[in-house]
Design a protein around this ligand. Structure first.
Ligand SMILES: O=P(O)(O)OC[C@H]1O[C@H](OP(=O)(O)OP(=O)(O)O)[C@H](O)[C@@H]1O
Ligand SMILES: NC(=O)CC[C@H](N)C(=O)O
Ligand SMILES: [Mg+2]
Length: 485
């Protein structure tokens, strides 16, 4: 099965504008800023004088909107955009978002970051009742539920639908009457609201995208909240009060941009704090601290500050290896890491390197980098990871839905140390991660979802539960067999 060079797959990004004559152009800019969240497909739907129009396709935003005419055709006062990395339904054109539905009483565009855990069973029931689906993505289920609701208003129908879907979702919807944004009851995925200098409103996945269009931050969409923007202004209501904050911890560790703030915490600063805590929990006898570009650099700075060791640029990342570079085999994937990263011999030669990365998924990156550093003359490599061992899959919007490819699910830290060829290996603790992000909340795990590391999922896993159970039982059996004399 083809796999990307990028080992930790992204999620999706949403960006919508209401009440600005350049809505589509601003959305285009916003999607560029959110490009790190999905590189598989992109699209924009907008309210034009000729009605709702959409342009979408496979690839990066720059590829999908390669012709100026593509964007010009979307000119209008409101727009909704999306960058996609599939979690459900695969990479077919019909699944590229925003999905667009044309009804006899108007059009609706729908964009989603997250993954619905009960989409498969809901779809089966809806199809049995006569529904005809146009895509294979989990996202489409919402619209079928919405249209079946007997509620009198669009917002009422939407709230009824939001109460039936489970799992992770940051939804944004655009109609002729308004722009809507809603978060799941745990707030797994980030979603924020901002205001443009001209008075129009923006809803988007990350605050970095607000900054990119000159919008001022207003608020994070809260768990269980529905935000509506229409010609009368901004309105907020809870579609459910049965909520508990559990923001995806990997947003802070790896996914989100360092210049974004999620629930009041800057991502770069959270990573620096993770690095500092890592230095306290897992000290190393090294001469220099080196981060793995790009996502771990903030944590590496923190580790250097707390350990007193000099921070050095021991690895260089090529700016020109596209994230969408697809490699079919593990051997090619390993070679690709070398294409992407190289060691700076003049810096690392003869040195004991404390190597910092934010996470280990398959271990492809770490294994290659350790070899690169040793080939460049590093005397020792002490690998320190600014998150706990990633042992469980995610069903809330990140495309790791099996334990099979998670190194830490299959090997102990000691075994990983040998496999990766490092002189020592240490991870941040779950408590260390929670304290470093430091959300001000009384929710469990300090408002973070740490299921990746603990296997304690904040919600039932519905359609995914039975399979995960089987996998975990098989893993436990393996461990017993290995341990047997
Ligand atoms: O163990 P692996 O399967 O190799 O996955 C983990 C690596 O993948 C991610 O980096 P990525 O290559 O996505 O690049 P980035 O840090 O520049 O975003 C992450 O930061 C780790 O370096
Ligand atoms: N990564 C995501 O957030 C994906 C959204 C949605 N589940 C899809 O597959 O299109
Ligand atoms: Mg990385």
């Amino acid at each position: 099965m083809p796999a990307e060079v990028k080992s930790l797959n992204e999620e999706c990004g949403v960006f919508g504008v209401w009440g600005d004559p350049n809505a589509a152009e601003l959305t285009h800019l916003g999607l560029h800023t959110l490009q790190h969240r999905g590189q598989e497909g992109a699209g924009i739907a907008s309210l034009t004088p000729a009605g709702m129009r959409r342009h979408y396709g496979f690839g990066l935003v720059s590829q999908v909107f390669a012709q100026p005419a593509d964007l010009a055709a979307l000119r209008g006062p409101a727009a909704l955009g999306h960058v996609r990395y599939a979690t459900a339904g695969g990479a077919i054109l019909e699944n590229i978002q925003p999905l667009l539905f044309r009804f006899s009483d108007g059009a609706v565009a729908l964009a989603h970051n997250g993954n619905l855990t009960n989409a498969i069973s809901l779809r089966a029931a809806l199809e049995k009742a006569g529904a005809i689906f146009q895509s294979t993505s989990d996202t489409e289920v919402l619209m079928h539920l919405l249209r079946r609701s007997p509620a009198k208003t669009f917002a009422g129908q939407l709230m009824a639908a939001l109460n039936q879907v489970h799992g992770g979702f940051a939804f944004a919807l655009l109609t002729e009457a308004g722009l809507y944004a809603a978060c799941d009851p745990n707030g797994f995925r980030p979603l924020v609201v901002g205001q443009l200098p001209g008075g129009g409103y923006v809803v988007c996945s990350e605050t970095a995208a607000l900054n990119a269009v000159g919008a001022t931050f207003i608020k994070d969409v809260q768990p269980g909240e529905l935000v509506t923007v229409d010609d009368t202004g901004l309105h907020m209501q809870q579609y459910t009060t049965n909520t508990q904050l559990a923001v995806c911890s990997m947003e802070y560790v790896y996914f989100a941009r360092p210049d974004s703030e999620i629930h009041g915490v800057n991502v770069h600063q959270a990573r620096v704090a993770m690095g500092k805590r890592l230095a306290q929990e897992q000290p190393a006898a090294g001469d220099i601290v080196v981060g793995v570009p790009n996502s771990s650099l903030s944590a590496a700075i923190g580790y250097a500050q707390a350990s007193g060791l000099p921070y050095e640029m021991g690895l260089i990342k090529s700016q020109y290896v596209a994230r969408t570079f697809i490699q079919p085999t593990q051997a090619l994937r390993e070679r690709s890491v070398r294409l992407k990263l190289s060691a700076l011999k003049a810096v690392v030669s003869g040195k004991r390197v404390v190597l910092i990365d934010d996470s280990i998924v398959r271990g492809t990156t770490a294994k290659q980098i350790v070899q690169l550093l040793k080939e460049a003359g590093a005397k020792a490599v002490h690998l320190r990871i600014a998150s706990p061992p990633l042992r469980f899959p995610c069903f809330y919007g990140i495309d790791i839905q099996t334990t099979k490819e998670l190194l830490a699910a299959n090997y102990s830290v000691r075994e990983m140390r040998t496999l990766l060829g490092v002189d020592s290996l240490g991870f941040l603790s779950v408590q260390g991660l929670e304290d470093s992000v430091g959300l001000s909340t009384t929710a469990p795990n300090r408002g973070l979802c740490v299921a990746y590391f603990t296997g304690e999922y904040p919600t039932p896993l519905d359609d995914y539960a039975a399979n995960l159970d089987l996998e975990l039982k098989a893993l436990a059996q393996n461990v017993k067999e290995v341990a047997a004399p």
